[in-house]
Ligand binder design. Structure first.
Ligand SMILES: *Cc1c(COP(=O)(O)O)cnc(C)c1O
Length: 406
C-alpha cells in the first residue's frame, strides 16, 4: 500500500506517566543522573534514552519530533522554536565559508532575507533561480554548491517544485536537496520523492491554531544527530529550542491535521473554481489553469487535496487593500499574515510577507502589487462564504481576465 502520512501519525501511541492518554509533559530544563559516568556518556552522545539538558532534547520534543518524522517518512526529526530556527540551523549546518546555495527565487520572505542578507556575512553565496527551469538550476551548480533549496509549493506564488527531478540533480552533483513543505503537509511527502531534508514551519497548518510559532527539521538519523551535537551542532549551539509545554500542545493539534487539511483543500478548491468561472485571476494548484497542475497531480497524496492556499490578483494594491478591508468588515476572514488557521487569512504579500524581496525582483517572478494570498479557513458552509466574497469582489470591482457572460 502507498505510504500514507496520516496513518503513520495515527500508529504512534504515547502514554503519560500514570497511564494518561497523552504523554506527560517534561517540565524540566535539566535531568539528574544516578551515575556520574552516565552523564559523561550522554555528553558524548553515547547513551540512548538519557536526557541531559532541554536545549539538547526533552521527552516532549522527542515525541513531537518522532511523530513528524513518521509523517514525513524520515528516520528522525528535531523540533525548533520556529520555522526560521529550523531553516537557519539546516543551512548553517550544511554550509561552511565559501560554499554556495541554489535557491528557488520564490520562497518565504524570511528565508529569502536570510540567504540574501545574512549568510553572505559568513562567506556563503547564493543563486536565486526559477526552480521550474531545471536547465537553469543545473547551469547554476558550481564546485562549491552544497544545497538545492526550494518549497514544495512556493510562497506566495504557489509554484510547485519538481522534487523528483531536483532530487536526481542533487544526487548527480552530491548536493543536499532541502525542501520547505510548510504549504503542503500530508499532501506532498518530499522525502519519498527524493528530498534529503524536509522542513516545516509548525506555526501554520500543522499546529493550526495560530497560538504559537514552531518548526521542525526531518532527515536521516545521522543528520539530526549532527544538528544536536554538543560540539558543533547548529540546533544545539544556535539554541532555537521549543518549550516542552508548546511541543505537547502542537502534538495534540497534529492529531487532527488530516481532517483539517481535507477541509482546507475542499473549501479552497470550491472557491478557486467559482472565482475562475466568474472571470477573476485566481491561482490554485487544483485548477487546470495552474502551470504545474499536472506535476502536482503526479506527486500528491490525493485524499488531502490541493491545499488551503490560493491567490487572487485584484488588479492594483488599492483594490487589494479595499477588498481585504471589506471582507474583514463582513467577518469573512482576517487581514493578517500567516496561514493554516480555522479562519480565512489574507494579505497582499508584495507589501507584507514578501516585502523583503525588492520590487524589481518581485516583478520578474510575477508577484504583482494587487496579488492577495488567501489561506482558506475551515468554513462550514463555503457556498455562503463564496456568495458573500463575490459581493465584496463585485463592489470593489476587482480585475477580471475573461469577459463575463451575460
Ligand atoms: C512562515 C513560514 C516560514 C517561517 O516560519 P516561522 O515559524 O514563522 O519562523 C518558513 N517557510 C514558509 C513557507 C512559511 O510560510
Amino acid at each position: 500500500m502507498k505510504f500514507n502520512p496520516a496513518d503513520k501519525i495515527q500508529d504512534l501511541q504515547y502514554f503519560g506517566e500514570f497511564g494518561g492518554v497523552n504523554p506527560s509533559i517534561s517540565d524540566s530544563s535539566t535531568y539528574t543522573f544516578l551515575a556520574a559516568k552516565s552523564m559523561i556518556d550522554t555528553f558524548e552522545g553515547n547513551l540512548e534514552g538519557c536526557y541531559l539538558y532541554s536545549r539538547h532534547t526533552s521527552p516532549s520534543n522527542l515525541y513531537l519530533g518522532q511523530a513528524l518524522a513518521a509523517m514525513e517518512g524520515t528516520e528522525s526529526a528535531n523540533v525548533s522554536a520556529s520555522g526560521m530556527g529550523s531553516i537557519s540551523s539546516v543551512i548553517l549546518q550544511l554550509c561552511s565559508q565559501g560554499d554556495h546555495i541554489i535557491s528557488s527565487r520564490t520562497i518565504y520572505g524570511g528565508t529569502y532575507a536570510f540567504l540574501k542578507n545574512f549568510t553572505p556575512k559568513f562567506g556563503i553565496s547564493n543563486s536565486f533561480v526559477d526552480i521550474t527551469d531545471l536547465a537553469k538550476v543545473e547551469a547554476s551548480i558550481n564546485d562549491k554548491t552544497k544545497i538545492l533549496y526550494c518549497e514544495s509549493v512556493s510562497n506566495p506564488l504557489l509554484e510547485v517544485a519538481d522534487i523528483v527531478k531536483l532530487g536526481k540533480l542533487a544526487k548527480k552533483y552530491n548536493l543536499a536537496l532541502v525542501v520547505d513543505n510548510t504549504f503542503s503537509p500530508l499532501q506532498i511527502s518530499p522525502a519519498s520523492l527524493g528530498a534529503d531534508v524536509v522542513i516545516h514551519s509548525l506555526t501554520k497548518f500543522i499546529n493550526g491554531t495560530s497560538d504559537t510559532v514552531g518548526g521542525v527539521i526531518c532527515g536521516t538519523g545521522e543528520f539530526i544527530d549532527s544538528l544536536r551535537n554538543v560540539n558543533d551542532g547548529a540546533s544545539m549551539l544556535l539554541g532555537p529550542v521549543m518549550d516542552s509545554l508548546r511541543s505537547a500542545s502542537v502534538l495534540k493539534n497534529l492529531r487532527t491535521l488530516h481532517i483539517r487539511m481535507k477541509k482546507h483543500s475542499e473549501n479552497a478548491l470550491y472557491l478557486a473554481k467559482r472565482f475562475e468561472e466568474d472571470g477573476y485571476k485566481v491561482m490554485y494548484p487544483g485548477l487546470k489553469s495552474h502551470p504545474q497542475h499536472a506535476l502536482y497531480k503526479s506527486i500528491y497524496n490525493p485524499e488531502y487535496g490541493y491545499g488551503g492556499l490560493l491567490t487572487l490578483d485584484a488588479g492594483s494594491l488599492e483594490k487589494a487593500d479595499d477588498l481585504m478591508e471589506l471582507m474583514q468588515e463582513r467577518n469573512l476572514g482576517y487581514l493578517a499574515v500567516s496561514l493554516g488557521f480555522y479562519k480565512t487569512l489574507f494579505n497582499a504579500p508584495g507589501t507584507a510577507t514578501s516585502s523583503e524581496i525588492p520590487q524589481e525582483e518581485q516583478k520578474q517572478m510575477g508577484l504583482t502589487d494587487g496579488l492577495i494570498r488567501f489561506s482558506i479557513g475551515l468554513d462550514n458552509n463555503i457556498e455562503r462564504t463564496y456568495a458573500e466574497m463575490k459581493e465584496c469582489m463585485e463592489k470593489i470591482n476587482i480585475l477580471k481576465v475573461t469577459p463575463v457572460e451575460m
